[in-house]
Each structure stands twice: as C-alpha cells, then as structure tokens.
Design a protein around this ligand. Structure first.
Ligand code: CA
Length: 716
C-alpha cells in the first residue's frame, strides 16, 4: 500500500469521526518497512536502486547496473554521511538498502537501521549474546549480514539463535535456538552463527560455524513468519552403527570410518558462509567447511574422502532434499573449507552458453560448475598453491602432493590455513566478464601433533598451532606471511587479468558497477578504493581511519547513487586502540568529514624476568596452542583487533591475577571464560611463563613501527 493511500485513509477516518468539529491534522502514517516479497527477491535485478539481499540479487554477483558514478567522475566521490557504531571489534556486515532505509549488522550480532536520507538511526537491535559465548566462537565476534522478507529483518547470532526483527520498530518478532536437538548443553554444541541468512520462498536458510571445535555441520530452513524449523540437512553422517537421516548421508557414511569416536565429537563440515539460491534451477547451493579435527590422520586414518566435507552441495530449498555435490578437497587435512562466497552466472564456456556456479575457494582453486548438474567445467589455481598439482576435470579430483599431507614432516602449506580466499565477497561484472576476487597469498607450516586428544574446551585441530614461529626461525628461506589484494580473474581462461595493490592480512570484499568500476576495501590499509574494472587502474581512494574488510554496496535514493560500507577492523595498536567502527556513505560531491583520529600509544611490552625453565616454557607453549591461540593468536600477540595482546598484559606480573582470569573466569563477561575444567594451576603457570618468554623476545626485537597487527588466523 502506498504512502498516499495510507494518508488518505487516515484523513477520511478523522473526518467521519469528528464530523463538523474542527479537524486536527492527521498523524502521518509511514509505510511499512522492508516489504520484500518472494517475487521482489527473484526480480531484484529489476530494482537496481535497492540492495535487498546479501549478494545484491539471488545470483550474488554483487554487480549493480547503477551507472551514475563512473570512472570519469569518481574523483568527486566524497563522504555524504556517517554513523558511529556502539560496538568496535571487526565489522564484516553487508548492509541492505530497502525503500529508503539502510539496515546493517555489526560485531556481537547487533543490527542497526538508519534513515538513508538523513543518516538518523531509526533503531538498534541487540540480541544480548552472553559474553562467555565468545569462548565458543572460533574466529572473531563478527556478523556478515542479514536478510529481509515481508517486514522482517533476520539475523543469526553468535550464540546460535536465528532472530526475526520487526523492520519498522526494531523489536524482536521471534527468536529460535538453532542448536541441535540432542545434547543441547553438551560441548559438542559449540555452534555460533556469523553468516547472513538467505530467504527463499518464505523460508529462512541458515547454517552455523564451529568446525574448529567439533560440531556436526548442518544447514536448516525456518518459517519466516513463525521461526519454526521446516527442514535440516546435516552435512556429515551421525552414528555409523545406526541408520542415517537420508540416502545422501547413507552414501556419505561409506566414506567415513565405521568405528571410532569421530561422529560423537562432530565431524565438522559446517555451513558458515556461502549460500546461493538460484531461481533458474530452483536449487539452493551452499559450501561446507573443514573436518574436525583438521588433521585427517586423527579423524580418519583410513584416508576416506569424508563426504560432505569441503564440498559444494545443492539441495531442493522446499524440502532440503539432496540433489548433487562436488567435493573440492577429498580427505581434507588443511582446513580447506569450501564456504567462500559463490555466485551463479551465464557464461560462454567452450563455445556453449552455460548456467554456472563459481567459487574461488580457500584451497586456492577457482571452480566453475554447471549449476543444474554440478559438472566440473573449470578448476584453476588463482594464488600460490602447493598442496595439489591441478585438478582432473574428468574425475573432479585434485592431484594431491603426498608430502603436503604432513604425515612424516612439516609442510609449508600454500595457501596456508588462512586460505587463498576467505569469506570476503567477490564481484562479477557481466560487462567485463571478469570476477573480482579478494585474494590472499598466505603460508602456514602444517606440523602434526602426534599427542592430539579431543578437548571440550578450545580448538580440536590435531596439529601444532604454535609451530609457525619456530618453523620459520628454523627455515628462514621458506615463503611466509599473509597478504591480500584484489585481482580480476577471467573465469573461462583461468588467468589473472589485473592485480590491485597488496595489504597486510586479508583484503576487503568487492562491488562491481555498470559505471565501469570495482569498489573494494583495502583491508588493514584502511582505505576504500575504486578500480577501473577493465584495466585495474586505481581511480579513487579515501582514508577510512580503520580497516575495511566488509564489502561495499550501492543504491539509489532520490536520483542520487550512493556507495555504503561498514568499516572497522585491525588497526595498529590492537584491542585497546580506537577502532572507528562506522557505517560510511558516499555520493558524488559528498562533503562530510570524519572527526580527526585520536592519538593512541599501546601499553609497553614490559614483562617480568623470564626465569622459567625451557621445559616449563615448552609445556606453556603446548597448553597455549590448545586453549588460548584460538583467540589470542599463535604467539600471544593480538589476533587483529578482536582480543587483547597478551604480551602486553599487566597480568604477566602476577600469577594470582593471571589465575583469577585464566582459571577462575574473572573476565567472563568480556568473553574470557575460566579454563579450570581443563587447565591445572601448573598449566596456568606454564602459560604465563610462555607469554613472558614471548614478550621478552619481542621486547628485545620489536617489529618495525607502523606494522599492522598480524592477522595470522582470520575467520576460517
Ligand atoms: Ca575452518
């Protein structure tokens, strides 16, 4: 119903009720919010002024036909308005723009709505995730996006709820706990949600993370009106001695061990990012994550493929019924989740029009599959790859380098476990025929942990997570590091066409437009950039004061094209430094100015004397790797801006204070739970000794000034 009709009805009612009395002016009645229907979603490309779903349209190409901002006028692009978030940490959310309102999710699964004309905040929704849940979140307290349908905004929360919010008021309409029905409080329920829901024909599709800890991966559909579960598809089998839930899982069970405890501790295969609905095939595609533990020698010594780990799977969205799958990394042992963003497209391949689904994967290969059948059409490396020498297009299997499985000795993996590409959104321009990939060159030494035992607290990986430091000290000539950059990739020829500049750590997601531009955040370089989509020439950039990891969107309001992006991420100075998390909105001739940045000096590295024995430090290193590195990074230094740098904590000066936090949970409200169920007093002493040793090393050889904090292990 239009605004005019609403006003008309109200006026009419007022007149008839009041009769001849002097009529008061009617209260303005605004139209309902987020009136996104199934038809509107299917035809989203016909409304380029809106951005109604995570990837722009169901195809998730993140391509806009808006063309008012072009490579010729982009130099005049300036800040139109901005809004500060009340949460810092890392921002990874794709905003939605629907009928004049911008909706965006932030760290801690909060959601904001803004009047896009004035920039005024309309509401904020806070799901109040308990701080202690942070211990069940592998890779940052982030949220990548939301979905809209029929007056509601949907968000998945870190504590694994799916929530519907009234788009008009910001009030909770319903909230559903998505945890597995069985063993609700068991450690195996260490799920969290960071992905954006997708709505398909009145059902909200969502999956959950947790594969680093040990959960059973799934994707499920919920009724958008009631929050009731409609179906759930598990990605890995359950108890092998019992019948599986469906024929697809019976088939999968044959690729897993018949015995062992792998199933009771999860198996992995979590669905934590990519999901694409395709109206042409009426299929829902999603990617699945790594196995638990990572090291397949501990998960399945028989070397089975372990379906459906590290796969793209196609289901019928009405019923959750399996249709096809393609496993990118059989018997994954490298944390090669196949969950990186995907998109559908119509492309001429080998002289034939093909309707395809494409994914630049964490394992370093770019995959193109027939969307209806899953037939593999292309698989080519788009970054440094040393675990496989190509992929056989006939069998679909990678030619794995045997030594890369690190059974006998360490392997300097390329791409490392950070991936050749993470969750950072790609864009595809049908005008250039190029896909713009947020690429990573990353290296990570895989060192098996022969003493691995499953733990109910911390990671379950089966490898030595503190290895990088010592490995590169012993092997200084090996390639190391982690850089991100945007590259334009020809999906048919399998060749790079151009490459943008590099930044430390992951780079930001991309947006392509019919203005001949690709917008992209420069990760830790703290700028938003525009490239010429054809040539890669950098034609515009602006300082954002903080890292830009989230992808920009574009929309039109009152005849003006805008570009909006959520910023906030790793900044020099770490956890306690000002983070400047905001929504930034740009337009041609925008004149708004950000307030100046604040001076900040991180606390000094000032450890007490390092007097522990090498054996104690070694024990501390092992315990730290098992229980602390997940959040605090591999070597005690801050993991991005998300968690404190332990080499600088004053707690190093007192074992009693250290124990209060580490064992007794003195900072549970901030997400640091007590570990006294798994760590003894002597373990805590050893961890402190290890951190003192690390801090002493760093104090004696500090990194060069201005070095961005190492993002050794981004969301994975
Ligand atoms: Ca993973």
């Amino acid at each position: 119903m239009s605004r005019v009709r609403y006003l008309g009805l109200t006026a009419l009612l007022s007149l008839s009720l009041l009769g001849c009395q002097k009529a008061k002016p009617p209260e303005p009645v605004s139209p309902p919010a987020a009136q996104v229907s199934a038809a509107r979603l299917t035809k989203a490309a016909e409304e380029p002024g809106q951005w109604m779903t995570y990837g722009g349209t169901y195809a998730e190409q993140r391509f806009s036909t808006l063309a008012k901002i072009t490579r010729d006028n982009v130099k005049a692009l300036g800040l139109s308005w901005f809004a500060d978030y009340d949460t810092n940490l890392q921002q990874t959310g794709t905003p939605l723009f629907i009928d004049g309102v911008l909706y965006v999710s932030t760290a801690w699964s909060k959601v904001y709505a803004y009047d896009a004309k004035s920039g005024k905040q309309l509401w904020q929704y806070n799901p109040k995730v308990p701080g202690e849940w942070a211990a069940k979140v592998c890779c940052g307290l982030v949220n990548r996006g939301i979905a809209a349908y029929n007056g509601k905004i949907f968000v998945g929360t870190l504590d694994a709820r799916l929530v519907a919010i009234d788009a008009k008021t910001g009030k909770e309409a319903w909230s559903t706990v998505t945890l597995d029905d069985a063993n609700r409080d068991a450690p195996i329920q260490r799920y969290s949600i960071t992905m954006a829901p997708r709505v398909v024909k009145g059902k909200v599709m969502i999956g959950a993370s947790g594969g680093e800890f040990g959960v059973r991966g799934w994707i499920a559909a919920y009724d958008a009106e009631t929050g009731k579960q409609v179906w759930r598809f598990y990605t890995v089998p359950g108890d092998p001695s019992k019948p599986q839930e469906n024929a697809a899982l019976e088939k999968a069970a044959k690729t897993w061990p018949k015995t062992g405890d792998w199933w009771s501790v999860g198996g992995g295969g979590t669905v934590w990012d990519a999901a694409v609905y395709d109206p042409k095939t009426d299929l829902l595609y999603f990617g699945t994550g790594n196995g638990t533990p990572w090291n397949d020698q501990h998960r399945d010594p028989s070397g089975g493929d372990n379906l459906y780990l590290a796969s793209i799977v196609a289901l019928k969205p009405d019923t959750g019924e399996y249709v096809w799958h393609y496993q990118e990394t059989p018997a994954d042992t490298w944390d090669y989740d196949a969950v990186s963003p995907m998109m559908t497209a119509d492309i001429t391949v080998d002289g034939k029009e093909r309707h395809v689904i494409m994914q630049p994967s964490k394992n370093g290969f770019f995959y193109m599959l027939d969307a209806a059948t899953g037939e593999l059409l292309r698989a080519a490396p788009f970054t440094d790859v040393n675990w496989a020498k190509g992929v056989d297009l006939k069998t679909g299997r990678p030619n794995v380098v045997k030594e890369a499985r690190y059974h006998d000795k360490p392997w300097n993996l390329q791409p490392g476990v950070q991936g050749g590409h993470g969750w950072h959104a790609n864009a595809f321009s049908p005008e250039t025929g190029l896909i713009y990939i947020a690429t990573q060159n990353a290296y990570f030494p895989m060192v098996a942990d022969p003493k691995y035992k499953h733990t109910d607290v911390g990671y379950n990986l089966g490898l030595d997570f503190t290895a990088p430091m010592t490995y590169y000290q012993k092997n200084p000539k090996e390639k190391s590091g982690f850089v991100g950059y945007l590259q334009a990739w020809d999906p048919v020829s399998g060749k790079q066409v151009w490459k943008g500049e590099e930044n430390q750590g992951p780079t930001g997601g991309a947006l392509a437009t019919a203005g001949g531009l690709v917008f992209q955040g420069g990760g830790s370089a703290s700028e938003l950039r525009a490239y010429d989509a054809k040539t890669g020439e950098k034609v515009w950039s602006v300082s954002t004061q903080t890292a830009v990891l989230a992808p920009p969107i574009t929309y039109e309001l009152a005849g003006t094209q805008y570009v909006a992006v959520s910023v906030g991420g790793p900044v020099p100075g770490g956890y306690f430094a000002p983070n400047y998390s905001r929504l930034l909105v740009f337009a041609l001739n925008g004149k708004a100015v950000l307030p100046p940045t604040k001076e900040y000096t991180p606390p000094p590295i000032d450890p007490p004397a390092a007097d522990a024995s090498p054996e104690v430090v070694q024990l501390g290193s092992e315990r730290y790797g098992s229980y602390c590195a997940a959040c605090h990074g591999q070597n005690g230094q801050t993991r991005g801006a998300t968690f404190p740098d332990l080499t600088r904590t004053p707690l190093l000066h007192t074992q009693e204070g250290f124990n209060q936090v580490v064992l007794q949970g003195g900072r549970t409200d901030k997400g640091m739970v007590g570990f006294d169920s798994v760590l003894k007093v002597e373990d805590a002493a050893a961890i402190r000794a290890y951190l003192i040793a690390r801090a002493t090393e760093l104090k004696n050889a500090p990194p060069p000034p201005g070095t961005a904090p190492k993002q050794a292990h981004e969301e994975k």
